[in-house]
Design a binder for this molecule. Structure first.
Ligand SMILES: [Zn+2]
Length: 105
């Protein structure tokens, strides 16, 4: 059974959130590993700088969350097929133009 559009969108959002949480965790882990190095190179404020840079990375990463969701939606389209809008060749799920629309009627 093909899942509904809502189910697929929920899955895509879940995928985007998971990618974000794992990515943010990896960035913070890298920052804490680099902290000792930053302190030895830049003095006692080096650790703060490492975390400020990590925070900037996470904010940039957060702004990319929509594209992770879109990536997940495109993968779902590849798996379940596009959902063309009525009277249009644009997919209502991923907004891609469907070139070779398979027609069964
Ligand atoms: Zn699509």
């Amino acid at each position: 059974m093909t899942p509904t559009n809502e189910e697929l969108e929920a899955k895509a959002k879940h995928f985007a959130n998971t990618v974000f949480v794992i990515g943010a965790g990896a960035i913070m882990l890298a920052a804490s590993l680099l902290q000792g190095f930053a302190v030895s190179r830049l003095g006692e404020h080096g650790g703060d700088i490492a975390f400020v840079i990590a925070t900037i990375f996470i904010l940039g990463f957060a702004s990319k969350r929509a594209s992770f969701a879109l990536f997940a939606i495109e993968r779902q389209c590849a798996k379940y097929g596009h959902v063309p809008r009525e009277g249009s060749s644009v997919c209502s799920r991923c907004f891609q133009t469907i070139v070779d629309q398979p027609r069964t009627d």
